[in-house]
Ligand binder design. Structure first.
Ligand code: ADP
Ligand code: MG
Length: 319
């Protein structure tokens, strides 16, 4: 028997970070990914068991890194696939793994729900500045000679000092979740939907109206904010590996940020409290969603329930 969420339940979008999908040391063997996802689904199942309507999204940085490494190692046998293909592959793999783990965790609670993964495309603009000036490092470091072969094949690689060279790509602004309606309809039908993994598959709309995949990666936190608005979520939860965003990060007197208004958090962001590429995009994501009049939270995975109840985490509320 499948039960759907009560119509009155809050609709919550939870964005899962890398720690939900990799081993404690960052290991990405498939077994370690399975173990991490299994653990991550426990608090999600607790939440679903209360009748809440939950949609999930997730990152994919390490997983895309693995696909790129296979691309590179197999290039002499099989032509490498572009980044939009890599993103689609990781959405499918992470999606089914989450489904298996979540359904088991729900069954253990006697709370059966159907789950589905939506392979999701995110529209970006080809004139986004990221395409002329790519800044997002992806994949593994390589020695110069190996990087030069890939540069000759059209990729952009940068010298990162002692660790070697690393590929950089565009991380364009997500503009539209093209499959949002499917996510909504499936959610309304009672499914727990996993969508827009890795920020979504980056696509651009050509002059003739057709869509085309493009070599880029999209920030999963910014896509989460857009997806939350697109599916009319009540709450956005960015689940990561820290309970709170803090002021004075890494200093002896760092201070947790608890409940905070949009304008106060904007001030903290402008003061440079949040690490670029880590906490800064999460803060930007919660600000965007909270500006649309809703509640958004940054907290650790194990505290998502308390965070939604309002007891823990960095809780951003409209002014
Ligand atoms: P995820 O994989 O969940 O996206 P990230 O590693 O990208 O996680 O971002 C979370 C990390 O951001 C924290 O583990 C912490 O190291 C870092 N960080 C940078 N600035 C801050 C801050 N001001 N407050 C809390 N964490 C911060
Ligand atoms: Mg991150």
């Amino acid at each position: 028997m499948t039960t759907s969420a009560p119509a009155t339940a809050h609709r919550v979008l939870i964005a899962l970070g890398g720690n939900a999908m990799t081993g404690p040391d960052g290991s990405t063997s498939w077994i370690d990914q399975n173990v991490a996802i299994k653990a991550a689904m426990e608090p999600v199942a607790d939440l679903l068991a209360t009748g809440m309507a939950v949609t999930l999204t997730h990152g994919n940085g390490p997983q895309v890194g693995n696909v790129l490494t296979k691309n590179e190692l197999a290039a002499h046998e099989m032509s490498p696939v572009p980044l939009d293909w890599c993103g689609a592959q990781t959405q499918a793999t992470i999606g089914f793994t989450i489904q298996d783990a979540l359904e088991s965790a729900l069954a253990a609670r006697g709370a059966h729900r159907q789950t589905v993964t939506v392979v999701t495309r995110t529209r970006v603009d080809e004139s986004d500045p990221g395409f002329t000036n790519p800044t997002k490092p992806i994949g593994r470091y390589l020695p110069r000679e190996r990087a030069e072969l890939l540069i000759a094949a059209g990729q952009i690689w940068q010298d990162r000092g002692a660790k070697g060279w690393r590929r950089v790509v565009a991380s364009p602004e997500p503009l539209e979740i093209l499959d949002a309606q499917a996510v909504c309809d499936l959610g309304d039908a009672g499914y727990v939907v996993i969508a827009a993994g890795g920020g979504g598959i980056p696509v651009v709309r050509q002059d003739d109206g057709r869509l085309r995949g493009i070599e880029a990666v999209i920030d999963k936190d910014l896509t989460a904010a857009l997806l939350a608005r697109s599916i009319d979520a009540d709450v956005l939860v960015i689940a990561t590996d820290v309970d709170h965003a803090v002021l004075g990060y890494g200093t002896p007197d760092q201070q947790d940020i608890g409940r905070v208004t949009v304008s106060q958090l904007e001030k903290y962001a402008a003061q440079g409290h949040f690490g670029s590429g880590s906490m800064a995009p999460k803060v930007e994501a919660v600000l965007r969603f909270a500006r649309s009049g809703h509640r958004a939270v940054i907290t650790s995975l194990e505290h998502i329930g308390d965070a939604i109840a309002g007891d823990i985490g960095t809780i951003v509320v409209p002014d």
